[in-house]
Design a protein around this ligand. Structure first.
Ligand code: MTE
Length: 330
């Protein structure tokens, strides 16, 4: 068979134009095939999420006037590739598991070293002027996204409770059955949440900021993204977003905010103190003990890009850390 095929070339029995066309067709086919295969490959590793809870449009929010230099990450990727250990440690399984999260009624208790401690219903929080903020989001694991959040500066909430003179830090806590200070109860048992034994970290998830970091106008409590209320898997109904810090600082589904004098404990620092510090500012010069932080994979893109100090927000936030050695105080 191979011999007879070698004796006569297809170019000798086919007019050249047809032959060349055929070659172009094959080439085009190969390119198309490769593109589809790459697409399939990408989707294999990043499958589209299952149907999740439909969220309401946020009607009145101030659109971001910012000129975008980075392309927005696809909504499917933002809602289909998540870290939310209370639901699953598999990024692509979070969306389906978090369908059971009930976000009404929802209260956030703001207390500690403040003059006017109180509970805020989610309805009250949604009445605070909502703004769109398009931020880069860099996970400590080495991937990143660009997300059009909607929310408001935490500053606006903290001003309502009047921080006292001794307040130096702000502690945050995620909703978790049995540990919820506001008295909210989940309707059906564990509501799809997994136990901390499987997650490998303790619950409730806790985080913290210095008070001046929390008062920075770029630190927001986000109530939505892409024009709608927050998807469950992204931390409904309200979560922290601090774009110059690694993503794990951006605690989800917040139920309590407490002002303290001492630096509060935080989940990942408690779990592995030599790997995750309290500050966790994005820093390409300080490697994670197990991998480099010099580059990142932008979800939806091939290849890697350079990671920027403070995730590229140094001009706005570097002055918060004047005089600190960020390689030691990480
Ligand atoms: N908040 C809670 N309560 N539980 C979590 O597991 N994961 C953190 C952070 N907030 C987490 C959390 C981590 S590691 C990251 S990278 C971001 O949420 C992921 O947010 P996203 O799923 O909206 O991208």
């Amino acid at each position: 068979m191979a011999d007879s095929e070698n004796k006569i070339k297809s170019s000798e029995i086919t007019p050249e134009s047809v032959y060349l066309n055929r070659r172009n067709l094959i080439k085009a086919g190969l390119i198309a095939g490769t593109t589809v295969a790459t697409g399939f490959g990408y989707r294999f590793f990043n499958p589209r999420p299952v149907k999740t809870v439909e969220k309401a449009e946020i009607e009145n929010f101030q659109k971001s006037g910012e000129k975008l230099t980075d392309e927005l990450t696809d909504l499917d990727d933002i809602t289909g590739y998540n870290n939310y250990y209370e639901y699953s440690t598999s990024k692509t399984a979070v969306a389906a598991a978090a369908v059971s999260l009930k976000t009404r009624p929802w209260k956030v208790r703001v207390d500690g070293l403040v003059n006017k401690p109180r509970d805020f219903g989610i309805e009250d929080l949604l009445k605070i002027d909502q703004e769109e903020r398009v931020y880069r989001f860099r996970c400590v694991e080495g991937w990143s996204m660009v997300i059009p959040w909607i929310g408001f500066p935490i500053k606006k909430l903290l001003e309502k409770v009047e921080p006292g003179p001794r307040a130096k830090y702000v502690a945050f806590q995620t909703f978790y059955p049995g540990s919820n200070p506001t008295g909210l109860k989940l309707p059906d048992g564990n509501n799809g949440m997994q136990s901390s034994i499987f997650a490998g970290i303790s619950f409730p998830y806790i985080e913290g900021l210095r008070l001046d970091e929390a008062m920075h106008p770029m630190a927001i409590l986000a109530t939505g993204l892409y024009g709608k209320e927050m998807p469950n898997q992204n931390g409904a109904p309200i979560r922290l977003v601090v774009p110059w810090k690694y993503g794990f600082k951006s605690i989800k589904s917040v139920v309590r905010i407490t002002l303290t004098e001492e630096q509060p404990p935080t989940t990942w620092n408690n779990a592995t103190p030599n790997e995750y510090g309290f500050y966790s500012n994005v820093n390409p010069n300080v490697d994670h003990p197990r991998w480099s932080q010099a580059t990142e994979r932008r979800i939806g893109e091939l290849g890697r890009r350079k990671t920027l100090l403070f995730n590229g927000y140094g001009e706005e936030v570097a002055n918060l850390y004047k005089g600190m050695d960020l390689t030691r105080e990480f």
